[in-house]
Write a protein that binds this ligand. Structure first.
Ligand SMILES: Nc1ncnc2c1ncn2[C@@H]1O[C@H](COP(=O)(O)OP(=O)(O)OP(=O)(O)O)[C@@H](O)[C@H]1O
Ligand SMILES: [Mg+2]
Length: 255
């Protein structure tokens, strides 16, 4: 087993079944400090299930999880958030009808001693996230913009910016580029690089190796509930990685 002290996250011998179906079989998975891990694999491989175990949505049937060297003994979405784990999904990342500043602080409002909302402070902080953390330059977007009016990539950006602002140590992105145009995807990939620059870690799930390859430090290939391979970017070229995935899909094995 990996030494939990050396990594941000260590998952050891994770098993998960839904009814009769064994979805994860003895999965060992880790994320280093300030490391971006690309988690790839076919439809139904178990990627989302694995991250739902990290975020406390599902409880593993067997196996252990360590975060910042400490064993996680109890699983809930609230707890994982408190520990510093945030998830960015393609869908439902933000409330569509809300303004940006309300969205950023939803569930974590800044209040004064009497419990009144400090709106100006929330707006000021949101402005900071937009310009400083995200480098948004568009005049069309400000803290009072309604989420609905943002592009898909901008929405993902806000969700990532919010996670960074609240000091998430580990940001999990499950198919964050699904349904986005090329230029919007470009933005999301830049945001992922921003996570790296700010010293945090991420798990980036995507079907598209061409998106994952440039931003990840390491790749983990999940295949039918098991880790089929693991590569550091410096060990493998993009073409070689694609080749391995194709071979895996074709033969069920990887050389
Ligand atoms: N809540 C659930 N109840 C029953 N089966 C589930 C549940 N969640 C996932 N599964 C099954 O577990 C398997 C793995 O699903 P999972 O969503 O983890 O795959 P994935 O790798 O994220 O796939 P995709 O790339 O399509 O998102 C699938 O066969 C799926 O049908
Ligand atoms: Mg999935």
């Amino acid at each position: 087993m990996y030494n939990p002290e050396d990594y941000l996250l260590v998952m050891d011998g994770i098993y998960k079944s839904f009814g009769e179906v064994e979805v994860l079989k003895n999965v060992n998975f880790r994320v280093g400090n300030n490391e971006i891990v690309g988690l790839v694999g076919d439809n139904g491989a178990g990627k989302s299930t694995l991250i739902k175990i990290i975020t406390g949505v599902h409880r593993p049937d067997k196996g252990e999880i360590y975060f910042k060297g400490k064993k996680i003994t109890y699983h809930s979405v609230e707890l994982s958030r408190e520990l510093g784990i945030e998830t960015v999904y393609q869908e439902r990342a933000l409330g569509e009808q809300q303004t940006l500043w309300r969205n950023v602080f939803m569930g974590r409002e800044i209040t004064d001693r009497l419990g009144f909302l400090r709106i100006n402070e929330e707006k000021k902080e949101t402005e900071k996230i937009l310009r400083k953390h995200l480098g948004f330059t568009s005049k069309a977007i400000n803290v009072d913009s309604i989420v609905k009016s943002l592009s898909g990539g901008e929405k993902q950006g806000i969700a990532i910016g919010r996670a960074l602002y609240f000091n998430a140590e580990l940001i999990i992105l499950d198919e964050p580029t699904m349904g986005l145009s090329l230029s919007e995807t470009r933005k999301v990939l830049d945001f992922v690089l921003n996570i790296k620059k700010s010293g945090k870690s991420a798990i980036f799930i995507s079907h598209n190796i061409y998106y994952v390859y440039p931003v990840a430090d390491r790749f983990v290939i999940l295949d039918r509930g098991q880790v089929a391979g693991e590569f550091l970017k410096k060990e493998i070229s993009q073409d070689e990685l694609v080749e391995k995935m194709v071979e895996l899909a074709r033969t069920g094995k990887m050389k």
